[in-house]
Design a protein around this ligand. Structure first.
Ligand SMILES: [Mg+2]
Length: 190
C-alpha cells in the first residue's frame, strides 16, 4: 500500500507538478549532484541576500517573486508528495518577509493542484502572500503567464524588488527591479 501510494505520488509529480518532466528530448541535459546544485544555487542567493538587505532597508510596499519547481522546492532531486524546500531560497524568503516584503510565488503548475502546492509551500516553512498558477484551459507560453502574474502583483500596489527563478521564462518580460537566475543546466531542471 505504501509502495503503491509512493509510486502514485511520484507519477503525479512527474506528470503534473513538474511541467516538462518526462518529456522526450533528443539530447537530454544532465543535472549535477544535489550538493553541486545547492552550491550553485547558494552562489546566486548570496548575491540576492546582499541586495535585499540593502534594498529592503528602504520602506515601501515591497515584494519578491519566486518560481516554485527547482527554485523554491527541490522538485527534481526530491519529487515527493511534500517536496522539501531549497534551503538557501527558503532562508532568502524568510529574510525578505522579516524585512517587510511580501512573498509571491509564480508557477507554471496548473490551478488543479493549487491546494497541494500551497500546503507544500507552507508545510516546509515558506511565507505565502500569493500564489499565481497556470489557469485552467490556458495554453499560453509560461513566460507570458508569468509576466502577466507579475503585472497583476504590481497592480496591487507592490514593487517587485526581486524575481528569482531557474529558467529564463521565469525572469524575462520585466516587472521586477532585479532578476536572479538560478541554474537550470540547459533545461535539465524545470
Ligand atoms: Mg523552475
Amino acid at each position: 500500500m505504501t509502495i503503491t501510494l509512493r509510486f502514485a505520488a511520484v507519477g503525479l509529480t512527474a506528470g503534473l507538478l513538474v511541467p516538462g518532466a518526462g518529456t522526450a528530448s533528443a539530447a537530454p541535459a544532465a543535472a549535477p549532484s544535489e550538493a553541486t546544485w545547492i552550491a550553485d544555487v547558494t552562489t546566486v542567493t548570496d548575491q540576492a541576500t546582499a541586495y535585499l538587505q540593502q534594498r529592503l532597508s528602504t520602506p515601501g510596499k515591497n515584494a519578491i517573486v519566486l518560481d516554485i519547481d527547482n527554485t523554491s522546492l527541490e522538485s527534481y532531486y526530491h519529487p515527493e508528495w511534500t517536496t522539501p524546500a531549497v534551503p538557501p531560497v527558503l532562508a532568502l524568503a524568510k529574510l525578505a518577509k522579516a524585512d517587510g516584503a511580501a512573498v509571491f510565488f509564480v508557477t507554471d503548475r496548473t490551478e488543479l493542484i493549487r491546494s497541494l502546492t500551497k500546503d507544500n509551500l507552507g508545510d516546509v516553512g515558506y511565507p505565502v502572500d500569493g500564489l499565481s498558477m497556470r489557469p485552467l484551459f490556458n495554453f499560453d507560453p509560461a513566460q507570458v503567464n508569468k509576466t502577466k502574474a507579475r503585472a497583476a502583483i504590481e497592480a496591487q500596489g507592490y514593487t517587485i524588488v526581486a524575481n528569482i527563478g531557474n529558467n529564463t521564462t521565469d525572469l524575462d518580460g520585466g516587472h521586477a527591479e532585479r532578476t536572479f537566475k538560478l541554474p537550470d543546466y540547459d533545461g535539465a531542471l524545470s
